[in-house]
Design a protein around this ligand. Structure first.
Ligand SMILES: Cc1cc2nc3c(=O)[nH]c(=O)nc-3n(C[C@H](O)[C@H](O)[C@H](O)COP(=O)(O)O)c2cc1C
Length: 220
């Protein structure tokens, strides 16, 4: 697969087989992702990969916090308001996902189920947490985003599947304590990774994109 096929073929997968990934392959994916560019080559990325019993225990802890009504407190503040263009695209995504699942995914009971699925990491055998020193600038967040995309593309090229999850950072303080990540770090993203279960209806979903003309201004 060439780079363009890889970029266009990647999509978020939300149901995984339980089969684990060889550690050598996971290591290779991280090696590849380290080739991402970064501001002054600062490489502001730290990675924690959680699997097995510890991952199951983390899911239990997250579900416990969620079910006890503990207010999420992610290190990166969740957006509240969106400008019109972005709000419209979110609306469109929610509506087409509802269509494919045959249920309104904005209903509170479905939102609850979706949060639980997030905290269960959609059944993936591994979760990759990306974090960095909290004193770093916005540029370093940008760099970590590039790293995340490289990692997800490398995984796709190797027949693996991923989903980036802001929700995996909802209880950042607790997650960091649970995983012995120092408090001075910011937890930026969780990426569930594994082999895709392509029989699951949710994995039939294909997100759409705005027309290129909508986002490009040509100036001569
Ligand atoms: C920073 C970031 C956070 C995301 N958080 C979540 C999440 O918590 N749960 C989830 O199911 N998907 C999450 N997603 C996946 C997006 O919903 C998905 O990338 C988007 O709808 C486009 O679909 P695609 O990845 O299939 O192309 C996140 C994506 C990004 C980039």
């Amino acid at each position: 697969m060439d780079a363009i096929e890889c970029i266009e073929g990647r999509k978020s997968i939300r149901a995984f087989k339980s089969e684990p990934i060889d550690r050598a392959l996971l290591t290779r994916l991280i090696d590849v992702a380290t080739h991402s560019p970064s501001y002054k080559n600062s490489q502001p990325w730290e990675v924690l990969i959680i699997s097995g019993d510890k991952k199951r225990a983390l899911t239990e802890r997250l579900l416990q916090l969620f079910h006890s009504g503990v207010e999420p407190s992610p290190d990166l503040v969740a957006p509240v308001h969106w400008p019109a263009a972005e709000a419209g695209r979110i609306e469109q995504m929610l509506s087409s996902r509802s269509k494919i699942l045959g249920v309104d995914i904005t209903l509170p009971a479905i939102v609850k189920r979706s949060k639980e699925a997030n905290f269960n990491f959609y059944g993936a055998p591994h979760v990759i947490y990306l974090y960095q020193d909290a004193s770093l600038s916005d540029w370093s967040l940008f760099d970590l985003g590039l790293f995340a995309q490289s990692l997800m593309l490398a995984a796709h090229a190797k027949g693996l599947a991923t989903v980036p999850q802001a929700f995996a950072t909802d209880y950042a303080k607790e997650v960091k304590a649970f995983l012995s990540i120092p408090e001075g770090k910011r937890l930026v993203l969780g990426i569930s990774i594994g082999y895709p279960d392509m029989d699951a209806p949710i994995n039939q979903f294909q997100s759409e994109r705005a027309e290129t003309d909508e986002i490009v201004t040509w100036v001569e």
